[in-house]
Every structure is written in C-alpha cells, then in structure tokens.
Design a protein around this ligand. Structure first.
Ligand SMILES: Cc1cc2nc3c(=O)[nH]c(=O)nc-3n(C[C@H](O)[C@H](O)[C@H](O)COP(=O)(O)OP(=O)(O)OC[C@H]3O[C@@H](n4cnc5c(N)ncnc54)[C@H](O)[C@@H]3O)c2cc1C
Length: 404
C-alpha cells in the first residue's frame, strides 16, 4: 500500500491549487483524479468565464498561476471595472463602480480552462522542484475509510492508498464527503445556465451586467477586445428552465445570433456566437460539516455556490488559503496534520467566510427568478433603494473585490 502525508481526491482547480500551496514543506502529497492526464494537462474550453476577486488574483499570483495564464494568452485576463444590475424591461441600473474601492477594477475575468491549465503546469513545476507530489490520473476514488489512525482510499483500479489526512476536492456532489458520513443541504433552483462567448457591435466598457429580465436572467461578462480583429468580446450567461435551454444548444448560428441579440434588447448591437455552447444545471450545495476524522473538503466540495454572485472558485481559493495555512503551521510545529484542532479551525474560519454569502446568494437567486408581480416590484424597489445607498454599494463592491 502506498503511503502519503496527505491525499487529495480531485485534480480540479481547487485540488491542484491546494497541492501547489502545500508543496515544498516536507509533506508527501498524493493527488487522485478520475480523468486522464491528457485532459488535465490541456483542458478544453468549458464556457465558464470566472470572475475573480482581487484577493483571488493575489492568491493566483502567489501560487504562480497568474503569470502562466498571461503567458498562454496576453489578452486572457480581462479587467472587471464596474458592474450593473438591471430588472425587467427598464433601463434603470444599480451601478457598482470600481470607484467604491481603492482599485482601478473590481476584479478580473479569466476562462476556467486556462485556470485549470495553469494549475496543472504549476503543479508540474512543484514536482520538478520538490518531488513531493504524486499525480495518479485516470483512476477515481472508489472507496473511502477514515478513522483515528489514518485515511485510506481504494481506487477504481483496486490500488490502495493511505495518508494522515484526506482532502476532498471532488466537486459539489463529492462522493468522498458522502462516504465519510457528511450530508449536505442542497437547493435545486430548477434552472439551467447556458454559457458561451460572443462578439458585439457596441462597447461594454468593461462593465459586467446582471439582468433579471422577465422569465430569463442574463449576465454579460466583459472580455478584452479580440487582439486580432479589435472586436468587442464578452461571455454570456443565460439562465432559463432546462426545457428552454435545450433547443438553444443546437439552434443554428444565424438564428441563435438573432435570438441572443433580441434577448439583450439590441443594447450592445448585433451579437455573434464565437464559441461552443455549454449548459450547467443550477444546484447549490452546503455540507453540514467541512471536516471529519482525518478528513476535510475544499473547493466546490466545501461550498457549492450558485454562480450569480460569482464566488464559487473565489471561495475555493479561500479554502486553499485557510486550510494550507493551518496544515503548514501544524507541519512546522511538528504536529499531526490530520489532528482535529487544525481541521476544526479551518472549518470555523471557512464557514464564517462563506455561509452568509451562500445564504444571501440563494435568497437573491430565488427572488430574482420569481415571476410573481409582487416579487418583480420588490426587486425593482430594492435596486432603486440600493442605488441610493452608498454604504450598501460599497459593501457589494468590497465583496466583489474580495477584501483582505
Ligand atoms: C456557469 C458557471 C459559472 C461560474 N462562474 C464563476 C465565477 O464567475 N466566479 C467564481 O469564483 N466561480 C464561478 N464558478 C464556479 C467555479 O467554476 C467552481 O467553483 C470551480 O470550478 C470548482 O472547482 P473544484 O476544483 O472545486 O471542482 P471541480 O472543477 O468540479 O473539480 C472536481 C474534480 O474532481 C474530480 N473527481 C470527481 N469525483 C472523483 C473521484 N471519485 N475520484 C477522483 N476524482 C474525482 C473531477 O473529475 C474533477 O476534475 C462558475 C461555475 C459555473 C458552472
């Protein structure tokens, strides 16, 4: 049986960032992933444009991902200067400007597949420098057993691995979290998100849109202009009932372009699809606990956010920061990294950092998809009131920027 100090199940962005954050401290780290290595090394475009807070950008700089993303594509990091929230057919918008913070932008937008590729490359760099990470790909975790002595997993191939601590980074529907007996509250929003990239005629001025239209929600995430053609580019997120998303996945391009231009009420002129289309069902998940005996979860396995407030991966990075700090301190003090104390401290801090926004996001997503006339009136009133309340807008701006 192969033995490690720490095992991570899942080599998504959270699992890889955790391995990178812990590398070089004398810990032996095993990362287990069900997908093949070729997919991890060169992940394909998945439609997601991830809004990163300034705090997350700092974390990615420290982990060495930021400059790798820039090296892949000089236009890959798009500044998010301002954000506006619209309701129904009205042109009134609540604007959250970067001027409410001390930065020249609220945050950044980066394609998820580039984050994953940079995380993979950074881990390869850690392996070359420290030789302390073992990646086991194309072999998923099939069975999990944790007790006071050790955490033990059996892979689909039958291989058995043992460690002082097992960290689940295997998505919001984490099978390892469930295997150790941690349940979760789930909220199925009954909606699906369709994500894709477009070019459009009118400039977006690097302003993100969240538009709670009637019977649809639209988000526009501003990207840098196409360096080759100078065209304005954005990522679009359209939220509808799944039965209305399905036909859009295969609608021919001219009809799709006309449909999306009409949905945006021609406010950015003609829009043209430039990428593949990807659909994601919307289910929020918050586990009852984030730790158990010799076990912790990070990333979506710790908090499965609704994307409307753009905090899923930001919280994933926050978990990496908090847990790695606890584990590195335990390691430096010569203590057991799987002991209950550092894990309890991680859980307390991460719940405190995430639970309020998880609940607020759930409330917003429910209110702003409720089509009953009182809900429409209430959200219109809320936006108009919000626009006048500078302290409220400052708090939203601080949340988007991530604080320190
Ligand atoms: C449409 C959309 C838009 C989003 N926008 C934003 C945004 O603007 N800002 C933001 O911060 N976040 C955003 N997010 C959230 C963000 O994408 C996620 O938080 C992030 O990708 C989760 O990373 P992860 O590593 O925790 O999980 P995942 O990316 O789900 O990775 C989990 C990994 O575990 C592996 N795995 C699963 N089971 C096993 C097993 N049994 N054995 C081994 N491996 C296993 C999987 O193959 C996968 O590689 C968005 C999400 C969506 C869907």
């Amino acid at each position: 049986m192969q033995t490690f100090d720490l095992l991570i199940s899942g080599a998504g962005p959270a699992g890889l960032c955790l391995a990178r954050a812990l590398s070089g401290a004398g810990l032996s780290i095993g990362v287990v992933e069900q997908q093949p290595q070729a997919v991890l090394a060169d992940p394909s475009f998945d439609g997601r444009e991830i809004a990163l807070t300034q705090r997350s950008a700092d974390t990615l700089r420290r982990l060495g991902l930021w400059e790798r993303i820039q090296a892949f594509d000089a236009a890959a990091l798009s500044p998010l200067r301002d954000a506006q929230v619209l309701n129904g057919p009205s042109s009134f918008a609540m604007v959250i400007g970067h001027g409410l913070t001390r930065r020249s932008e609220l945050g950044w937008l980066v394609s998820n597949h580039l984050i994953r590729r940079a995380a993979w490359d950074a881990v390869q760099d850690s392996i070359a420098r420290h030789g302390d990470i073992t990646l086991i790909a194309a072999d998923g975790v099939a069975h999990t057993l944790v007790d006071e002595q050790a955490a033990q997993i059996t892979l689909a191939s039958g291989a058995q691995l043992r460690a002082r601590l097992l960290v689940a980074a295997d998505s919001r529907f984490s099978a390892t979290r469930r295997a150790v007996g941690i349940g979760a509250s789930q909220h199925d929003f009954g909606r699906t998100m369709l994500v894709f990239q477009v070019t459009h005629d009118e400039p977006h001025h690097h302003t993100a849109w969240e538009w709670f239209g009637h019977a649809q929600t639209l988000a526009l995430l501003p990207m840098n202009n196409d360096p080759a053609t100078g065209e304005h580019r954005a990522s679009v997120v359209l939220t509808l009932a799944h039965q209305r998303i399905e036909p859009l996945l295969t609608l021919d391009e001219p009809a799709f372009n006309a449909d999306i231009t009409r949905r945006f009420d021609h406010r950015l002129g003609a829009m043209r699809l430039t990428s593949t289309r990807h659909a994601y069902p919307l289910v929020g998940v918050y586990p009852h606990r984030m730790v158990a005996t010799r076990f912790a979860c990070v990333g979506d396995a710790a908090v499965g956010m609704h994307p409307v407030t753009a905090h899923g991966f930001n919280f994933g990075l926050r978990a990496v920061e908090t847990l790695s700090r606890e584990l590195l301190a335990a390691q430096a003090a010569g203590c057991d990294i799987g002991a209950p104390e550092p894990l309890a401290r991680y859980q307390r801090k991460h719940r405190l950092a995430t639970r309020p926004l998880y609940e607020i996001t759930r409330f917003i997503a429910t209110l702003y998809t409720n089509e009953a006339p009182p809900a429409r009136l209430l959200r219109d009133a809320a936006l108009r009131l919000g626009q006048r309340l500078t302290p409220f807008k400052r708090a939203v701006a601080a949340s988007l920027a991530g604080g320190r």
